[in-house]
Design a protein around this ligand. Structure first.
Ligand SMILES: [Zn+2]
Length: 658
């Protein structure tokens, strides 16, 4: 080897050596590989919780809320951007990442025009099966021929029972009803409804059975729907006291285990639309049998305030500062004043629980039963699972007693303990790092306006009546005013109905005919456009104290772009469901069925729109983020963490938001 050759080898070796030395250094400087995505996503929705109230009582929390507030990525400026901030719209926004203009859930109820032109009021969960293009999961429906009889099932549980035992439970038998004249055995009245539809038979309705609640009105998939589509076998469990919360957190896949509390039976139920796996059903069946039957023993007959925290915190404890006679403005769902008897609710004990903080405890109990179930193995499998919990007590108790009440503080203190139990169960049952959790709310809650006026005489808020029989409602008054304005018979029902801040005209009855008077001779036609012409003026003249402005559906191409309320109207607008006019309330004004008691959310003001939004576990670390966010960001954020595609979302991931 010549010297030159030696030299070049030495140089090359030196380069190798340098590279070899450099590599570990470079590796150390590179960020570590992304950890595996969490195997369980948990979402907690606290029904009716404003951001500020959660913060106000922070020194009181000793368990779950304390931990979440101390350890989470907290979005301080998360606000809904739609009008009609209600439970159905809010929960569908949380699960889909989109406002009502996309989800179609524009309020808890609305009016829809049928093909025959008639109008009918619909609850947001009144439509069980999705309608639309193929590909949507079907309403559960199976038929089997056996021994010359036709067995028809609309309930997965009845089918399984039949397969196991040959007995389909409470069956309806119709001899000769089949297409070949065979006897048909239905598992339920829902099965008859669907059978008639499939076989071109005349429709039947069953007044005794309510419409099976379901997600049929939801226009887009939820995060859970997309997860299951992308990862077949993934499990989605949603639990709440309310059907609409559970249904809209779950979505349109019929295998989701969506359960809610039934005030008639004190049990958790689902609808025939859903056909959860046998293991999920077994969890609920056992729970209903073991815990449900023992509710009075579990919760007692009185709701007492929790004692002060032990040991006493050093922080000053913010207390509610209600006016001395707040009770005059409260709805006595569980009586007035401490202690609250659980024996006075007109619908009985199970409803008393629904209107108390114990309903949250029951939802947490069932959540723990799901987490501990080995067969389901939520979060402990190769698939990703989701558990959505909606705690309703904050909402129902605030509606009756006001968010400024001691009752509401007690609800939050007890919820803190329940969330603590859920966090504890997650840590006991799942490997570290396998959970990501998000917490938010479906809407906020204003204080009781009459009580607020007593505290602060310059407070201008109030209520527009929607249902009280002793006084004319907003719609009844508007109809009288519009009849005068349009020269109609005083009994004319120009507006068919109002829900939230939406008004729907009595379209099937158009045109109305004028009576003789200031408008000229009788018989002139009055159409919807004539109502459009006079409604804003009537509102301004007679409701100027309560109503800021009116948005007509027919004018939507010309809605004022500069008005800050416009965005909230646009985001809640669905041409088939929003009706003909939406009105913007003044600050502190609500629509309510009681003339002077209780409170109601729904507006576009901060007290209804500014809600908590926080993320815990998974890739999130403790930080406070103040840039503008929305609760529509919750689903896209979890989608980003879990690697799920959610194209219909409008919100954006807050994973890297600072
Ligand atoms: Zn709600």
């Amino acid at each position: 080897m010549n010297p030159r050759g030696f030299l070049s080898v030495a140089i090359v070796s030196g380069v190798f050596l340098a590279l070899a030395l450099a590599v570990p250094v470079a590796r150390a400087q590179r960020p570590t590989a992304a950890p595996a995505p969490p195997k369980l996503a948990v979402v907690i929705s606290v029904d009716g919780l404003t951001h500020d109230r959660l913060e106000l009582y922070r020194p009181w929390y000793v368990a779950g809320l304390k931990r979440l507030l101390e350890e989470s990525h907290i979005e301080q400026s998360a606000r809904y951007r739609h009008l009609n901030t209600e439970t159905g719209p809010g929960h569908s926004s949380l699960s889909t990442g989109a406002p009502p203009r996309v989800t179609g859930i524009v309020a808890n109820r609305w009016f829809e025009q049928a093909a025959d032109g008639s109008l009918r009021g619909l609850n947001c969960v009144d439509r069980s099966a999705p309608e639309g293009p193929p590909g949507n999961p079907p309403w559960f429906y199976r038929t089997f021929e056996k021994d010359g009889r036709l067995h028809v099932f609309a309930q997965g549980s009845a089918l399984e029972e039949w397969e196991a035992s040959g007995d389909s439970g409470r069956a309806v038998i119709r001899p000769g009803y089949g297409p070949k004249g065979e006897t048909v055995i239905f598992d339920s009245e829902d099965a008859i409804v669907r059978f008639n539809l499939e076989n071109g038979r005349p429709k039947e309705s069953f007044p005794s059975s309510r419409v099976a609640p379901g997600p049929g009105a939801l226009r887009v998939p939820t995060l859970g729907d997309r997860l299951v589509e992308q990862e077949p076998g993934a499990r989605v469990v949603t639990l709440s006291a309310k059907d609409r919360s559970s249904i809209f957190m779950a979505g349109r896949d019929a295998h989701h285990a969506a359960y809610w509390y039934d005030q008639d039976s004190g049990r958790f139920v689902t609808s025939p639309f859903y056909s959860p796996r046998a293991a999920a059903r077994a969890v609920v069946d056992t729970f209903n049998k073991d815990a449900g039957a023992l509710l009075p023993a579990r919760f007692g007959l009185v709701w007492k305030r929790l004692p002060p925290p032990e040991p006493l915190t050093l922080l000053p404890l913010a207390r509610p500062t209600p006016v001395p006679n707040l009770q005059d403005y409260q709805l006595p769902s569980n009586g007035l004043g401490w202690d609250h008897p659980l024996t006075v609710h007109p619908r009985g004990y199970f409803s008393s629980l629904y209107y108390s903080p114990f309903i949250d405890e029951l939802v947490a109990d069932l959540a723990l039963a799901f987490l501990q179930n080995e067969t389901l193995g939520l979060g402990r499998r190769t698939k990703t699972d989701m558990l959505w919990l909606s705690f309703s007590a904050q909402d129902v108790v605030s509606h009756s007693y006001g968010p400024e009440s001691e009752e509401n503080l007690d609800v939050l203190r007890r919820l803190d303990l329940q969330i603590g139990r859920v966090l504890g169960a997650l840590e006991r049952t799942l490997p570290k790092g396998s959970v990501v959790l998000a917490l938010s709310a479906d809407h906020g809650m204003p204080v009781i306006p009459e009580a607020e006026h007593q505290r602060n005489p310059s407070f201008k808020g109030g209520r527009l009546l929607t249902a009280d029989r002793a006084f004319p409602t907003l719609v009844e008054r508007l109809n009288r005013l519009l009849a005068v304005e349009l020269c109609l018979d005083p009994a004319t029902r120009v507006i068919f109905g109002g829900e939230g801040f939406n008004l729907t005209y009595n379209r099937p009855a158009f045109p109305f005919r004028t009576v003789a008077g200031t408008c000229g001779p009788a018989g002139a036609a009055v159409q919807g456009r004539d109502v459009d012409r006079v409604l804003p003026g009537v509102m301004t003249r007679f409701y100027g104290e309560e109503v800021l402005s009116v948005y007509l559906a027919s004018e939507r191409e010309r809605w004022p772009q500069g008005d800050p309320a416009t965005e909230f109207v646009v985001n809640d607008f669905d041409p088939e469901r929003s009706g003909d006019a939406m009105f913007i309330p003044r600050y502190g004004v609500m629509t309510h069925w009681d003339p002077a008691r209780g409170t109601m959310h729904g507006t576009h003001y901060d007290y209804d729109t500014h809600v908590p939004l926080l993320f815990w576990g998974g890739p999130f670390r403790k930080e406070e983020v103040t840039t503008e966010a929305t609760p529509y960001d919750l689903a896209p954020t979890l989608a980003a963490v879990l690697g799920v595609e959610l194209k219909t979302a409008v919100g954006t991931s807050r994973l890297h938001a600072r």
